[in-house]
Design a protein around this ligand. Structure first.
Ligand code: AKG
Length: 389
């Protein structure tokens, strides 16, 4: 039986975040069609059985073993994957299976609450934290078939950003929820810093170079919840986008849905319980002076079961200047992007999301730098951030 999620039944509003039921007088299950706001144009509709992307499982234990041969092998694999498409898996990462199981359970706990409860932390226009459903108030078309809960994490050990956020906005009942995700983010931050060592070595700079850069990271965590959709061939859970952040460390449940655009076609990334999916974001692409790619991806939905994913988006401290290490700027590979701070890029994503609709896939791949950094050449550039934040 198809079970629509009640909070999907909300209409987009243009100037405020109040939600109104869509004018549907019967449950969605009785409708042969989904609301038109969720229907994607023909040229962007999902392919539900794409080929699988063969991405290398990167053995973190081998990397951390300090065995020179094992390290060299892992670095070569990462380098190849990141130059080609920017996606890889990490296995033997040391993250406790129980932590992941609990995280997935808590996603259910949160998203299965009644809508008014979740709306206690409804994300407001212009903000990137809180609960969002149907991206109300932002867009009137191409809505993602999902709900999300996003929050900030700071690696400044004197703060407990996540715990405080939930305690303040949801009350005492959410203290444990907040402290659990505080711990989850700490674990993700540590893993991301290890991956940064690996990326540094794979790029031929020092092991510490990027680790040090991200040591005081101010990152974003997002829980994605995709209810079943009776017309999965018309809708998308997450629209095509590249992450503007630096590195994404994602854990998906056992339900297929993540797709990556590689070699001109959409490919699926099969779920693997013991692995994290890691992808390069735009900010790291700039830090690597364009050597490593930030890749277009999206998530499709299905008509049977809920799909869940947990995404940790590693970001630099907001005022840090993003500039590649000098070893990566050469005569053969001159500096590709102007320096910027993550705060500026974040502001850009908020002010100008959906400013530029992508015309062709080719343009999407060449979308950097955003117009903000590139004078008035809007027509030549495309920067697809609108579905990210
Ligand atoms: O759920 C997924 O697999 C992808 C999620 C994603 O791309 C995002 O949250 O930005």
């Amino acid at each position: 039986m198809l079970i629509p999620h009640p909070s999907m039944l909300v209409a987009p509003q243009s100037n405020n975040i109040e939600v109104q039921p869509l004018n549907l007088d019967a449950p969605l299950t009785n409708h042969s069609n989904i609301p038109s706001e969720f229907v994607w144009p023909d040229n962007e509709k999902p392919c539900l059985q794409p080929p699988e992307l063969k991405i290398p499982p990167i053995d973190m234990k081998a990397f951390l073993s300090n065995d020179p041969q094992a390290v060299a092998k892992v670095c070569a694999e990462v380098s190849e994957a990141c130059k080609k498409h920017g996606f890889f898996l990490v296995v033997n990462h040391g993250v406790d299976k129980k932590l992941l199981e609990k995280a997935h359970k808590l996603i259910d706990t949160f998203f299965c609450m009644d809508l008014p409860e979740k709306q206690k932390i409804q994300r407001k226009l212009g903000e990137h934290c809180g609960f969002a459903n149907s991206f109300i108030g932002r867009f009137a078309s191409k809505l993602p078939w999902k709900e999300t809960l996003s929050f900030h994490y700071s690696n400044d050990k004197s703060t407990r950003t996540v715990e405080d956020y939930f305690l303040t906005s949801m009350g005492e009942d959410f203290k444990d929820f907040g402290s659990f995700f505080q711990e989850y983010c700490e674990v993700m931050s540590n893993l991301s810093l290890e991956i940064m060592e690996l990326l540094g070595m794979s790029l031929g700079v020092s092991r510490e170079c990027f680790r040090d850069f991200f040591e005081d990271n101010e990152s974003v965590m997002r829980l994605n919840y995709y209810p079943p959709c009776q017309k999965p061939e018309l809708a998308l859970g997450t629209g095509p986008h590249c992450d503007p952040t630096s590195l994404t460390v994602l854990h998906q449940d056992q339900v297929e849905g993540l797709q990556v655009f590689v070699d001109g076609k959409w490919c699926s990334v099969a779920p693997k319980e013991d692995a994290f999916v890691v992808n390069i974001g735009d900010t790291f692409m700039a830090l690597s002076n364009g050597t490593f790619k930030s890749c277009l991806h999206r998530a499709v939905v299905n008509n049977q079961i809920v799909r869940k994913s947990l995404a940790f988006f590693l970001c630099p401290k907001q005022d840090k200047v993003v500039t590649p290490p000098k070893e990566l700027i050469t005569n053969e590979n001159p500096k590709k992007y102007p320096d910027f701070t993550w705060a500026t890029l974040l502001e850009f994503t908020q002010l100008h999301y959906r400013l530029l609709e992508m015309v062709t896939r080719e343009k999407q791949v060449n979308r950097w730098p955003p117009p903000l950094f590139h004078g008035q050449q809007h027509s030549k550039l495309s920067f697809n951030l609108y579905l990210f934040l």
